[in-house]
Design a protein around this ligand. Structure first.
Ligand SMILES: [Ca+2]
Length: 288
């Protein structure tokens, strides 16, 4: 389903809107394994970049596409994010700088706050690593976060982050910071659709979808699920996003992508490129 350009999608991103009408807005572009969302969900955000002009991507464009202005960014002022038109489909291209790791010198980051905090949300987006992409040891990919949104090897039990990472060879994992993480720098939850590890294939658009359901504060009853190209890839129904007494929920989309990792061994020898499209946040199922 490469190159599938979702020609529909004209959803306004005015966050609060009761856009419940178009429930089955199937945003997966070309409908790979997606069975078409029959979800009863309300689409809170749909960034397809179709109305954004090709060229350097700016914070004003983030507000237009995602519905909220980011308070800061990494890499956009340096020109590492741009809109590309490919046969009429506009998408967001990130260029990762040669010999650099981390978000300051390579890759792109910005946060998009949701209008309110949620107990349950779905996020999907499409990503295509360029043909010949050098995955090196791994790098970050976008996800939903809440509370203090811990990242960067911090020990902080007042929030969570649920980004993805690619690992060596393009293996796909959910990359989690939460109050009971085992590793200082976050825990991997491998994607295993059909029992085998999922891998991003360079040159191919992949659709990922995440579902987060907040736990009863202090109880292990939260949900962390993921789908890879429409196939169930991760299912944990005993997740703890928050400790007893915590009141935060899912409140932000974190566009976060860079190589690393905390040292030079994570850096690509040459500049690398990945493309992103169709960021959808919904209260119900999106692409599966
Ligand atoms: Ca698009």
């Amino acid at each position: 389903m490469t190159g599938g350009s979702p020609t529909t999608s004209s959803t306004n991103t005015s966050s609060m809107g009761g856009s419940g009408g178009a429930a089955a807005s199937g945003g997966s572009g070309g409908g790979a394994a997606a069975s078409g969302g029959q979800g009863p969900g309300t689409e809170l955000m749909h960034a397809d970049f179709q109305a954004t002009a090709p060229g350097q991507y700016t914070e004003d464009m983030v507000e237009s596409d995602f519905g909220s202005a980011p308070p800061w960014n990494d890499g956009m002022d340096e020109g590492r994010a741009s809109i590309v038109d490919e046969a009429g489909n506009h998408f967001l291209r990130v260029t990762y700088t040669a010999d650099k790791y981390g978000p300051s010198d390579g890759g792109v980051q910005f946060k998009v706050a949701l209008a309110e905090s949620h107990e349950e949300l779905y996020l999907s987006y499409r990503v295509r690593f360029a043909a010949g992409f050098d995955f090196v040891k791994g790098g970050k990919l976008p996800g939903l976060v809440g509370g203090t949104a811990p990242t960067g090897c911090v020990n902080d039990t007042t929030g969570f982050s649920a980004r993805m990472m690619w690992r060596s060879g393009g293996a796909a994992v959910q990359y989690m910071y939460f109050p009971e993480k085992q590793n200082a720098c976050g825990d991997d939850y491998e994607y295993t659709p059909g029992g085998a590890a999922a891998h991003f294939e360079p040159g191919t658009w992949h659709t990922v979808e995440h579902r987060l359901v907040m736990n009863t504060p202090g109880d292990h009853d939260g949900v962390l699920q993921a789908w890879f190209d429409g196939e169930a890839a991760l299912d944990d129904a005993a997740f703890l996003y928050r400790l007893a007494g915590a009141t935060y929920g899912i409140d932000t989309l974190y566009f976060s992508t860079f190589f690393g990792g905390g040292d030079q061994s994570w850096a690509p020898a040459e500049a690398q490129v990945a493309d992103f499209d169709d960021f959808i946040v919904s209260t119900g199922p999106i692409a599966h």
